[in-house]
Design a binder for this molecule. Sequence first.
Ligand code: MN
Length: 294
Amino acid sequence: MGPIVRIQPRSADLGDGMLVRRTLPNRQQRMIGAWCFLDHAGPVRFEPGKGMHVGAHPHIALQTFTWLIEGEVLHRDSLGNEQVIRPGQVNLMTAGFGIAHTEDSLRDGERLHAAQLWIALPPDRKDIAPAFDHYPELPQWREGGAALTLLAGRYAQRTAPARIHSPLVGIDIVCDDPSTLTLELEPGFEYGLMPLVGEVTLDEETLRTDELAYLGTGRRQLLLSLAAGTRVLLLGGEPFDEAVLMWWNFVGFSKADIAQAQADWERGDARFGTIGDGKAQRLVAPPLPWHDQR
Ligand code: MN
């Protein structure tokens, strides 16, 4: 069990001027277990006529994991799913061999607060059939004055419904009044903790909003002190064995995996299907970051 590593967010544009804070991947820490990507959107109230509108884009070899805190977002994908996600719910899209989707505020001019994470699929499952699951109800309980929601994995006799492929956990912790609680950890898991709102103190260090603390492995317990009105995200998982490559919306285990996906998306290959009537704006992949493309 080592000291806490503090990781600062950077700003990223999802397109259409929608800014989010991204903490994973990061130079200091690429992943936490199989969690390989963490974007934090909002809390924000959009101007009239504005909202989140992320055009059609592909994914491979990962699961997108959306945790909605405020607002309503419409997900549409190339399997024909159309699902509105509301506060307290999770959407899990398994890209596997390939899928495309869009994400839009249901109505413009309203509030949005969400975390979107990606989970890398293990190498032997990277090409599984794509799927989409919506989880309207999750295990919830109270501890030390805070309300906890199990987003993914298992915690103390509870199991979240999300269909995942690696040992991992995700917990949302929120309080109105200052709260102190002790969480039981799996010593074989590495963990990360990030306030989505407010401040949390652990090991005599205080994390501000959007500061991710990487906690490593070997911990059995975690004592947290949340300031009033704080919301914290705890992520954990068994350290991921394989080196993961990430580029744009693709995860892969070789440059060839990613170059192939990029070429397939550019030429409109059936691999990524069609969303609805096919008229959704398609996002364009940036050039690959290396020269030997195969
Ligand atoms: Mn996406």
